[in-house]
Design a protein around this ligand. Structure first.
Ligand code: ATP
Length: 795
């Protein structure tokens, strides 16, 4: 605690230090400084005004500023007389009036807290105007030095020495043009138009009667812009008034050139406002974070303890791989002699020992065909008297030929060893999965979020279920219950039942289902469709948050930049695990294939990931559309080359040795791995450990999905109405807006159910028929009328 306090203290001091260092004035200081400038500008204005009448009288007292007995005639006394003398007489003459103007604007900007970027331009143009004005006045009114000031006079003198009177005149004209063009967007056409309009205006002023009548139509046209004038003072009876009120619109309509200017300045204002708003929301979020800290999704289960390593067994592999030198030598000799028999010379041979297989890398002598070695696969297997030999010719990116030979005594790769590995512990991945070990005995960790879906296949008894458990265990060891939710589909009813214990921590289910683990194939369809709704909802949230994926969304949500009152919430990853996918396809077919394909295609960005396992990797189970969306695939041992091709698009899975020996591909490369072994008692221990801790009140609820077969009939049968019918009717009537999404939001219902209720409301005559993108018309004006209608119906 003490540590924490000192930490937060030091944090505070550093932030205050930062505040002191940054020279950004606070809002209060801005208001004070702004008021000071405004007052100063008023004082200057009156001093300058009064200076023109009193300067002669005050001249004698200028040097006696400190003497309290001496008084000046200037409105602001000695201060006014001195400052005006400085600016008007010694400075820029009449042009000095620009200074109080600039000060007043600056003061206003500060006072109102406006963005000061445009202010710089005002100052630059103001100063240009001052200099131009004082020179021009000095030029045209050389006899009255007070008009141009000393600077105006001297600069004129200076310029005339070099360019003569005409030169100065031309310079003045040129600078005036620059000012007009840059500052007032002056164009010759605009100038000509202006004169034309003036002419028209004068003409129309002379034709009083007809203009009154022709004006009637323009008023309608311009109603939008002139609501106030027409509403407040539109006494149609008195023509003279109408006419008077007509003049301003005529002016505006006449000055076409000015209208775009106004629009432009409007646009400029908008551009300025947006960053201010964003800054404001950012500042709000920063303030919230400062006050309450970042949003912590884990807070609700703040005391949750991650499963410990000792829940896992070492499976006798704590000593690592034991190298049997004799076996190595023997295998090497057999490989070399077999190849020699076929006249294949070897330049070099190297062995890499893995947990289940050893990879012999061969560099053949020059001129040997690779395909020749590849064809000898069976002969080498025969001579080594071993199953599961796989030849990789050539090893991609290495320029060697690999021969994988199973070890006589395979080492079990325990889940404990991979979980404990540095690679897994330090993995900075969203959903890290430790599959097992590679052939070079390295722990193999991949990110499920990047896969983004996984297809697992293999003949029965080859390690699929263990593989699934390894995936789930990896996530349980790395993720808090707030961060990931599982949906299990287990038609065999035995493989995943153990995870029932962590239902209220890690599982997600449909609102009306009793069991979180789905064993009934008909329910899978509802769950998949519900997931599709969840996917659509999440995309909607991402869209409103203006982010591209769940990671960015959650970061933004944690930084409190998204308002929970607008439906934003922390989004956990959802991992859907389907065991025995073939069984599902056989019973439900297209009905599950469509939502699965949809999810597989679209769900990657919003954190829904699918893991599908199947025993039967035939093409009618792993269809093209599914395969296309599952780039990450795992093959355990299969019985035929065809099955291997179906899963991996390559052979090799038929030559695996089983017991967790697997091939993994995520695109092109195929990696041979030994799957980590996690036994059922270990899984039981982990789920017990998690299950015994405090949990959420219930499993994570998915959006409700009402199957189509539940009917969307339009008949007005009161008994068949939805339980929420009355509530929905009240919501609709109160809001006077007939939309399904309103019901969805207010009553927290799924889309389909809300749609069904809307149909029933239509049948009951409460809302009108469907009108495309518009909300339906509400036919009942208020709650009283609704009560009456429903009562009459009941009778
Ligand atoms: N990674 C592994 N390391 C060591 N042995 C393993 C491994 N994976 C599986 N085995 C052995 O293989 C047996 C069968 O594995 P598993 O139950 O995972 O097969 P399966 O493919 O799920 O079979 P089914 O499809 O019939 O459910 C296990 O009981 C275990 O003895």
């Amino acid at each position: 605690m003490a540590k924490k306090r000192t930490k937060s203290k030091s944090k505070k001091t550093t932030t205050t230090a930062k505040r002191k260092l940054s020279f950004k004035p606070s809002k209060q200081n801005k208001i004070i400084f702004g008021s000071l400038l405004i007052v100063l500008s008023i004082a200057l204005f009156f001093s300058f005004m009064s200076f023109y009448f009193t300067w002669q009288e005050d001249q004698s007292m200028l040097s006696q500023f400190a003497d309290r007995n001496v008084e000046a005639s200037n409105l602001l006394n000695k201060f006014g007389a001195n400052v005006s003398h400085f600016f008007m007489y010694r400075g820029f003459g009449l042009a000095s009036f620009v200074f109080p103007f600039l000060l007043a604007i600056t003061g206003l900007y500060l006072f109102l807290g406006l963005d000061g970027k445009r202010l710089i331009y005002k100052w630059i143009w103001g100063l240009v105007g001052v200099i131009w004005g004082s020179i021009a006045l000095g030029f045209f009114a050389a006899d009255y030095p007070l008009l141009g000031g000393l600077i105006g006079y001297e600069m004129n003198d200076f310029l005339q020495d070099y360019t003569g009177k005409i030169g100065v005149f031309l310079i003045l004209i040129f600078v005036l043009m620059v000012i007009l063009v840059r500052l007032f967007n002056f164009t010759p056409e605009g100038f000509a138009n202006f004169f034309k309009r003036q002419k028209q205006k004068i003409k129309s002023d002379f034709k009083e009667e007809p203009t009154v009548h022709t004006k009637d139509t323009p008023i309608e046209d311009e109603e939008d812009g002139l609501i106030l004038t027409t509403e407040d003072t539109a006494p149609e009876k008195v023509d003279t008034y109408t006419h008077k009120k007509d003049i301003p619109p005529l002016d505006e309509a006449g000055l076409d050139v000015n209208i775009p200017e106004d629009e432009e300045s409007d646009i400029a204002l908008k551009v300025e406002e947006t960053p201010v708003e964003e800054e404001e929301t950012d500042a709000k979020a920063a303030k919230l974070v400062e006050d309450f800290g970042e949003f912590d999704p884990k807070l609700e289960l703040g005391n949750y303890k991650f499963p410990t390593l000792d829940l896992l067994e070492a499976h006798g592999a704590s000593g690592g791989i034991t190298i049997n030198q004799e076996e190595l030598e023997e295998n090497k000799n057999r490989i070399v002699s077999t190849l020699k028999n076929y006249k294949i010379g070897i330049a070099q041979i190297k062995a890499t020992i893995g947990p289940t297989v050893t990879l012999y890398e061969i560099v053949p002598e020059a001129g040997i065909r690779i395909s020749k070695i590849k064809n000898l696969e069976d002969d080498i297997a025969l001579s080594l008297a071993a199953l599961g030999i796989r030849i990789i010719a050539p090893i991609p990116g290495k320029g060697t030929v690999g021969i994988e030979v199973p070890n006589k005594n395979a080492t079990i790769v325990s889940m404990r060893s991979v979980i404990a590995s540095n690679k897994f512990q330090k993995a900075e991945m969203e959903l890290p999965i430790a599959f097992g070990k590679t052939i070079s005995n390295e722990t193999f960790v991949v990110d499920l979020a990047k896969m983004p879906h996984l297809l697992m296949a293999g003949a029965t008894g080859q390690g699929k279920s263990v593989g699934l458990n390894a995936v789930i265990t990896s996530l349980l060891y790395k993720k808090h219950p707030a961060e990931v939710k599982f949906i299990f589909v287990d038609p065999k009813k035995v493989e995943l039942t153990l995870y029932n214990k962590i239902e209220r921590h890690f599982l997600a289910k449909l609102p009306d289902s009793d069991e979180a683990i789905i064993t009934d194939n008909t329910k899978v369809i509802n769950t998949l469709n519900s997931l599709c709704i969840e996917m659509d909802n999440r995309y909607e949230l991402l869209k409103t948050a203006m982010v591209r994926n769940i990671k960015e969304y959650n970061v933004k949500f944690k930084a409190r930049k998204l308002n929970p009152n607008e439906g934003h919430k922390f989004l956990p990853y959802i991992v859907l695990v389907i065991d025995e996918f073939a069984d599902l396809i056989m019973t439900a077919g297209k009905e599950v294939e469509t939502p699965i394909a949809r999810l597989a295609q679209l769900a990657r960005a919003i954190g829904i990931h699918l893991i599908i396992a199947t025993q039967r990797p035939s093409v009618n189970v792993i269809t093209g559309i599914i395969k296309a969306n599952f780039p990450a695939r795992i093959a355990f041992r299969v019985t035929s080359k065809i099955d291997s091709r179906t899963i991996l698009d390559a052979q090799g899975a038929d030559q695996l040795i089983g017991r967790g020996d697997m091939l993994y591909t995520q695109g092109n490369d195929v990696t041979r791995l030994q799957c980590a072994f996690v036994d059922t008692p270990e899984v039981a221990k982990i789920t017990d450990y998690i299950g015994s801790q405090r949990a959420y009140p219930e499993a994570h609820l998915l959006p409700e999905y009402v199957g189509e077969e539940s009917g969307t009939s339009l008949d007005n049968d009161i008994e068949d109405r939805d339980a929420m019918f009355r509530e929905a009717a009240e919501v609709i009537v109160t809001a006077q807006q007939g939309s399904a999404s309103l019901i969805q939001r207010k009553l927290k219902l799924g889309y389909n159910r809300a749609g069904r209720i809307i149909d029933q409301l239509e049948a009951a005559g409460i809302v009108g028929p469907f009108e495309g993108s518009k909300a339906r018309q509400v036919l009942v004006p208020d709650m009283y009328a609704l009560d009456q209608l429903l009562e009459n119906e009941a009778k």
